[in-house]
Design a protein around this ligand. Structure first.
Ligand code: ACM
Length: 553
């Protein structure tokens, strides 16, 4: 079967079919500027296209650079004689290749070319460009570690959906996930725990008795970054501070606000009061760690420093920290929270890296103007951040937290609550029409979050991420809810994902082996309602002490 222009996902801006097909044959070549040729060959690896000899004009695919098209933009013209691509940059050429891959049979998504496949694409013309520059996925590798191969595979998945940011949540109370040569106890002690809770909300704690852990070496991070860059994906590392600090403090308790040797890598979920001290020694420690991560990743245009869900009691109780707060002329621990994150953002700016924060850091105040805000607690706080001049990436719990179940059903695997359906994601408008033009312009993107307390492995990751991620890719590319033809295009796209080997959640519900079963991995519908959660989180953004959460996750 030949896929048509109507089967593309995300939907391109302009596509027109004309009669006929172009067929790639063994030995087909691609010509053009080396970087763009390289990008097209990578997207169409299954075709094993040869780079054309210099000056040859017989190439099957001819690529030209057209700076007038802008970043990530491309045009394709397919005739019976061949394919012409014009791209604004390397990413545009890569995406032109991905679009051609979608026009090929779904076998283009297998790891090897199957003999007998007719590699034909329909004739026609496309002109395409993204509406939003930040089209992201967040992966929490702290709560449950995902080995490097899963991260590389996620990058493949992002690339084929024209998503371009991988936000890696590298530390939380339950684990530290990257080698540190300067502070080796971070990975030696902070990267594993003895067991993990199997209990649900406010139940008596129960545990699985199974050690869990893992971390990426700095060389792994360099590899992940190079792999991502080749696929037009920017890795955004997150070192979430000053809260969520149990794993760091298990390794280096001297950086705690309340020095003690009782810190442990947490074996249960929820928000812990463990918090780093904001004193200069902590800033120096984090600067060293940031330098190691930046050194490994190479170019790090964005570095996430967290700032969410901080319980500031230990700061208020510490005479040394209170004296420091006073010396800085700051009135409250919340001001000190703001000051501390500002200080880290300044450190990153010296390294040509822009800080990204969760919205608590915006509510605390004092952000650098170039800090990017992720309003997870709802669009209202996002609008306030945009009005204050910050770039904003839409990350609201509803409908962008994919750790919520797709259906309020005990057939689902265990989720944090319910529900965020495929249709909810598809209907989401990342750039609200009621905002002012200036506020709307500051919404640079949208991102889905894969918090992993209830995502223990790559199979569950597939289930939770797709096809909601397909809808997210479409709204990120167009900047608006999906169009009415989305369902038909998704049906075709799921055949591609089948060929790629993705264990997505079928839109009609889980396959028998994808259900949660009758034990602790069964979902409990009705315990946590996402709309109630949103109301609660919104109220928190209104309160003065907005860094402090009042429910556990
Ligand atoms: C968050 O969900 N604590 C950002």
């Amino acid at each position: 079967m030949i896929w048509g222009m109507d089967h593309l996902l995300p939907r391109p801006r302009v596509s027109e079919s004309t009669p006929g097909v172009f067929e790639f044959v063994p030995g087909s070549s691609v010509s053009g500027p080396a970087a763009l040729v390289d990008a097209v060959r990578l997207s169409l690896a299954v075709l094993d296209l040869r780079p054309a000899e210099a000056g040859a004009d017989t190439a099957a695919v001819r690529v030209v650079e057209d700076a007038g098209l802008g970043p990530e933009a491309y045009e394709i013209e397919i005739t019976a004689e061949g394919v012409r691509i014009a791209a604004g940059d390397r990413a545009g050429a890569f995406y032109a290749g991905q679009t051609l891959r979608q026009l090929l049979p779904a076998e283009a998504y297998r790891a090897a070319a199957l003999p007998g496949t007719v590699w034909a694409v329909p004739c026609g013309r496309l002109a395409d460009a993204p509406a939003l520059s930040w089209r992201g996925a967040h992966l929490d590798v702290a709560r449950n570690f995902l080995p490097k191969r899963e991260v590389l595979r996620m990058i493949d998945m992002l690339a084929l959906h024209k998503l371009n940011r991988l936000h890696l949540h590298l530390v939380d109370d339950q684990g530290w996930r990257v080698e540190s040569r300067a502070y080796p106890l971070l990975h030696e002690i902070g990267s594993h725990r003895d067991q993990t809770t199997t209990s649900y909300y406010r139940e008596e704690p129960a545990f699985d008795g199974v050690p869990h852990g893992g971390y990426y070496t700095l060389t792994d991070l360099a590899e992940i970054s190079a792999y991502a860059t080749a696929r037009a994906v920017t890795v955004v590392p997150e070192i979430d501070v000053p809260g969520h600090a149990s794993a760091i403090l298990a390794a280096y308790p001297e950086f705690a606000a309340r020095p003690a040797d009782t810190y442990r890598v947490l074996d249960r979920w929820g928000i812990s009061p463990a918090i780093l001290s904001p004193l200069p020694a902590t800033v120096d420690f984090l600067t060293t760690v940031f330098d190691e991560i930046i050194g490994a990743l190479g170019d790090v245009p964005y570095f996430h420093i967290g700032g969410d869900e901080c319980v500031l009691d230990d700061w208020a109780a510490s005479a040394e920290i209170s004296a420091y707060q006073e010396k800085l002329g700051l009135a409250t621990p919340a001001d000190l929270h703001a000051w501390f994150l500002r200080r880290l953002a300044d450190v990153l700016a010296e390294r040509r890296s822009r800080a990204v924060v969760w919205d608590e850091a915006f509510v605390s105040g004092m952000l650098r103007q170039d800090t990017v805000v992720m309003p997870w607690r709802g669009p209202q706080v996002g609008r306030r951040a945009a009005a204050a001049g910050h770039e904003v990436v839409a990350t609201p719990v509803f409908p962008m937290y994919f750790d919520y179940a797709e259906a309020a059903s005990a057939e689902e695997p265990l989720a944090i609550g319910d529900t965020i359906t495929l249709a909810d994601v598809a209907a989401f408008a990342p750039v609200p029409s009621e905002w002012t033009v200036e506020e709307r312009d500051r919404v640079v993107g949208v991102q889905f979050q894969l918090w992993s307390e209830r995502i223990p492995d790559g199979r569950t990751l597939d289930y939770r991420a797709w096809p909601r991620g397909c809808a997210a890719a479409e709204i990120a590319w167009s900047g608006a809810p999906v169009s009415e033809c989305f369902t038909g295009r998704l049906d075709a796209h799921l055949v591609r994902l089948d060929a790629f080997g993705v264990e997505y959640r079928p839109p009609a519900g889980p396959r028998p082996w994808q259900r949660g079963g009758s034990g602790w991995r069964r979902h409990r519908p009705g315990v946590v309602d996402v709309q109630e959660m949103m109301r609660h989180l919104h109220e928190l953004t209104q309160s003065a002490d907005s860094t402090r959460p009042s429910t556990s996750s």
